[in-house]
Design a protein around this ligand. Structure first.
Ligand code: COA
Length: 402
């Protein structure tokens, strides 16, 4: 059965500076509640028919522990009968949550479901679960020494011959596009505002963007992962049995994704519900594919994953009107664009996580909503969203406007 996106929203992304953001006073569950409240205003009838919910969240401890999805659903005053699960696929979590919701409606198990994601990186810091990259399993660690993502990003830049200048140029363009999008209020149609107790929004726009970004400023930033690399690199062996040797100090705070707080929620419904209710969906989910790749190189999965999802849809990269490729690090979209032969003018047209921030568990569903919004604004039809995922995975989704 066909699966549709009825509607979707996300909070403006709140930049975390020195451990604090505009949303730090708010419990992470309430970021999800803000999204569900916005969907209730936009689609009251459809939301009331939701039977189950899935929210991505990476650091599921402390304020994000205790099944954040279920507690958020309760706090949003959805019916008790709505089941809810928290999903962790690292940076792919938000899209994987939507994918599960979509598969359930497509199978007819449910008619209406909710997918989305959340991460308060100010209240629950990245890596707060204490599991490092491998859950501290010494057996696995002896077999393969997984490294933090920044090292993998530097490795790919070195092995694929990208220069620091190319990475910085990409970052500059991300900031420029995001600044234009913010000035023209392109994200406004998708925003769910997080409010204080008096009802005032804590943030009215994404605040990680740095319009003053310049090549000169970027070029002066120090490599962010060089010290870690020196410490860890000798122990890493990539899939082909080769030790990692070619790593350069490429990625900095300027060309890596920003630390941010945020959430997103999407309502999906199947074709039976759409036909019966008469609701007008915004897009159809044609296919989602999630795949593994080398766990140490880790971030180079999107090209193969996109190729597979496109093949399943009977499409080629040239059939895609707009792309959202998560800017975990500048090298990820650059490598994906090069491998798939993409026109940069179709990629991340409103900037990405370098300029806008990357609230880990939420970004996948934020990008899906951004993509639909951009397709609508530009009156285009088919889009693809893809994210690299820690541990050597990737997730990609193709959608078509209805
Ligand atoms: C790279 C990283 C470690 C940097 O963190 P940070 O040091 O806290 O970053 P900051 O925002 O404080 O920026 C550091 C410096 O760079 C500067 N900077 C950042 N972006 C800039 C830009 N576009 N232009 C000029 N300077 C910039 C800041 O002003 C700051 O300078 P200061 O130290 O003089 O104040 C962090 O952003 C990170 O880990 N990102 C990746 C997250 C990740 O792994 N996600 C999962 C992906 S798979």
């Amino acid at each position: 059965m066909k699966s549709y996106v009825v509607d979707g929203v996300f909070t403006p992304r709140a930049s975390v500076k020195k451990g604090v953001s505009a949303y730090t006073p708010v419990h992470p569950q309430q970021l999800v509640v803000a999204c569900l409240n916005a969907l209730r205003e936009r689609q009251p009838e459809v939301l009331s028919k939701a039977e189950t919910a899935f929210f991505g969240c990476v650091s599921q401890v402390n304020d994000q522990g205790a099944n954040i999805a279920r507690n958020a659903v309760l706090s949003a005053n959805l019916d008790w009968s709505v089941s809810a699960s928290s999903v962790n696929m690292c940076c792919g979590s938000g899209l994987q949550a939507v994918s599960i919701a979509s598969a359930l409606v497509a199978s007819g198990t449910n008619e209406v479901a909710i997918g989305g994601g959340v991460e308060s990186m100010s209240r629950v810091k990245m890596a707060s679960d204490g599991g490092y990259m491998d859950g501290n399993n010494e057996v696995l660690r002896r077999r393969m020494m997984q490294v933090p993502q920044g090292i993998s990003a530097d490795y790919i830049a070195a092995s694929d011959g990208f220069t620091r200048e190319e990475l910085d140029e990409f970052s500059l363009s991300s900031h420029r596009k995001a600044h234009v999008a913010a000035e023209k209020k392109y994200f406004e149609a998708a925003y769910a505002f997080v409010r204080d107790e008096s009802g005032n929004p804590l943030l009215t726009r994404d605040d990680h963007i740095r319009p003053e970004t310049s090549m000169d400023g970027l070029s002066q930033l120090k490599p962010a992962f060089a010290a870690l690399e020196e410490e860890l690199i000798k122990e890493c062996v990539i899939g082909e049995g080769k030790a990692i040797s070619k790593v350069g100090p490429f990625h900095t705070a300027g060309n890596s994704s920003g630390i941010a707080d945020g959430a997103s929620a999407i309502i999906v419904a199947n074709e039976d519900f759409v036909a019966r209710s008469g609701v007008k969906p915004r897009a159809r989910i044609l296919k989602v594919v999630a795949r593994g790749s080398d766990p140490i190189v880790m971030l180079n999965g999107p090209s193969a994953c996109c190729t597979e999802v496109l093949k399943d849809c009977g499409m080629s990269p040239q059939d895609i009107d707009l792309w959202e490729i998560n800017e975990a690090f500048a090298v990820v979209p650059l490598q994906t664009m090069r491998n798939l032969g993409l026109d940069p003018a179709k990629v991340n047209v409103n900037g990405g996580a370098i300029a806008l921030g990357h609230p880990l568990g939420a970004t996948g569903s934020i990008l899906l909503v951004s993509l639909i919004t951009a397709l609508e604004r530009e009156d285009k039809n088919v889009g693809c969203v893809t994210l690299c995922v820690a541990g050597g995975q990737s997730i990609s989704c193709v959608i078509e406007r209805v």
